[in-house]
Write a protein that binds this ligand. Structure first.
Ligand SMILES: C[S@@+](CC[C@H](N)C(=O)[O-])C[C@H]1O[C@@H](n2cnc3c(N)ncnc32)[C@H](O)[C@@H]1O
Length: 300
C-alpha cells in the first residue's frame, strides 16, 4: 500500500479490512475538516438545479416562516445554510448551528453577524444543549450519511423538534438519476481502491442512510408516527474540465485519502472523463441529490 495523504485510525482500520469504530470515524472526519475546512460549500455553491437553486436553497425551502420560528442546522459546517436562513428568514427567533468540527465552526462564526446564531461544538448524537421541543425545524445538509451511530441522532431529533415540527436533510440521490455521475464515482473509487482496496466496501456512516427506502424505513421505525418522504433532483456545474475535476472530487470524502501522486493521477483521469462532453457543450458534472422531509406527529 502507498502511503495515503491522510492517515488516521479510520484509514488504518480500512487498510486492515476491519470496521472502524465510532471514535475512529469521529477523528477521521475531524482530521478531514481540519485540513480542508469549508470544502463542502466551495463545491456545493457551484452546483445548481434547473431552477437555478443550489442544494442549500432547495433545503431551506422546507422552512415555513409563518409556523417555524426556531431553526437548527445539524452539522452546519462553515455555515452557508445558516447564512441563507438569516438572509431569507429574518423573522426567525432562534437560529442554531452545531457541528463537531471547531475548524468549520470558526468559518461559520466569521460569516454571520455577531449574536445572530448560536453556534455549538457538539455531536449530533448528543444535543444536550437543547431542551425538549426547543426547535421547529431541524435541517441537515450533506452530513447524515456520515453519521454512525445514526439511531441516537434520530432519537435526539425527535426529542428536540416540537410536536408537529419538521426535520429535513439533503443526502445523496440515486446514482442513475444524474448522467455520468456513476462513472465519476467509479473513477474516483478505483483510484482510492488502488491504495486502499477496502475503501468502498467499508465506507463512512451507516449504510442504511444511503438509499431512500432504507432511510425512510429507519426513520419511521425510530420515530413512531413520523411521516418521511424523499424527493430527487439533480444539480450541475460546468466549466473547464480541470477545474471541474478539482471541484467535483471535493464531493467525495474518499478522494481526501489519496496520496499526492495518486491524487494528481485521479484528477488528470477525471478531467479527461469530464472533457469528453458532447460537441458544443461545456464539460459538466451532474450530481443526484435527495431531499428527505420528515414531519413529526403533532400533539394528539
Ligand atoms: C460534508 S460537511 C457538510 C457541512 C455543511 N452542512 C454544508 O453542507 O456545507 C459534513 C459536516 O458534518 C459534520 N459532522 C459529521 N458527523 C457529525 C456528527 N456526528 N456530529 C456533528 N457534526 C458532524 C462534519 O464536521 C462536517 O462539518
Amino acid at each position: 500500500m502507498t502511503e495515503a495523504s491522510l492517515q488516521t485510525d479510520w484509514t488504518n482500520s480500512v487498510a486492515n479490512g476491519a470496521a472502524p469504530d465510532e471514535a475512529a470515524l469521529r477523528e477521521h472526519l475531524r482530521a478531514v475538516h481540519e485540513e480542508y475546512a469549508g470544502f463542502t460549500e466551495s463545491c456545493a455553491m457551484h452546483c445548481r438545479d434547473k431552477a437555478g437553486r443550489t442544494s442549500y436553497d432547495w433545503l431551506a425551502e422546507v422552512v415555513e416562516p409563518e409556523r417555524h420560528q426556531a431553526v437548527l442546522d445539524i452539522a452546519c459546517g462553515s455555515g452557508p445554510l445558516l447564512q441563507l436562513c438569516h438572509e431569507l428568514l429574518p423573522g426567525l427567533t432562534r437560529l442554531i448551528g452545531m457541528d463537531m468540527s471547531p475548524d468549520e465552526l470558526r468559518l461559520a462564526r466569521d460569516r454571520l453577524p455577531a449574536g445572530r446564531a448560536e453556534l455549538v461544538e457538539a455531536q449530533a448524537q448528543q444535543l444536550d444543549f437543547l431542551a425538549d421541543n426547543a426547535i421547529d425545524v431541524a435541517l441537515c445538509h450533506w452530513a447524515l450519511t456520515l453519521m454512525d451511530p445514526i439511531t441516537p441522532v434520530l432519537t435526539e431529533l425527535a426529542r428536540v423538534v416540537a410536536p408537529g415540527g419538521r426535520f429535513a436533510a439533503l443526502v445523496d440521490g440515486p446514482m442513475d438519476a444524474a448522467p455520468g455521475y456513476e462513472q465519476v464515482h467509479d473513477l474516483i473509487y478505483s483510484h482510492v481502491q488502488a491504495e486502499l482496496p477496502n475503501y468502498g466496501p467499508i465506507d463512512l456512516g451507516d449504510p442504511r442512510v444511503r438509499t431512500a427506502d432504507s432511510l425512510v424505513t429507519l426513520i419511521e421505525r425510530v420515530i413512531p408516527g413520523a411521516a418521511a418522504r424523499i424527493e430527487t433532483s439533480v444539480v450541475r456545474m460546468s466549466g473547464p474540465s480541470k477545474t471541474l475535476a478539482e471541484e467535483a472530487s471535493g464531493f467525495f470524502y474518499a478522494a481526501f485519502v489519496l496520496s499526492p501522486a495518486a491524487r494528481q493521477r485521479m484528477l488528470a483521469d477525471l478531467a479527461d472523463l469530464l472533457a469528453d462532453a458532447p460537441p458544443h457543450q461545456a464539460p459538466t458534472f451532474a450530481m443526484p441529490v435527495n431531499r428527505l422531509i420528515v414531519d413529526l406527529p403533532g400533539l394528539s
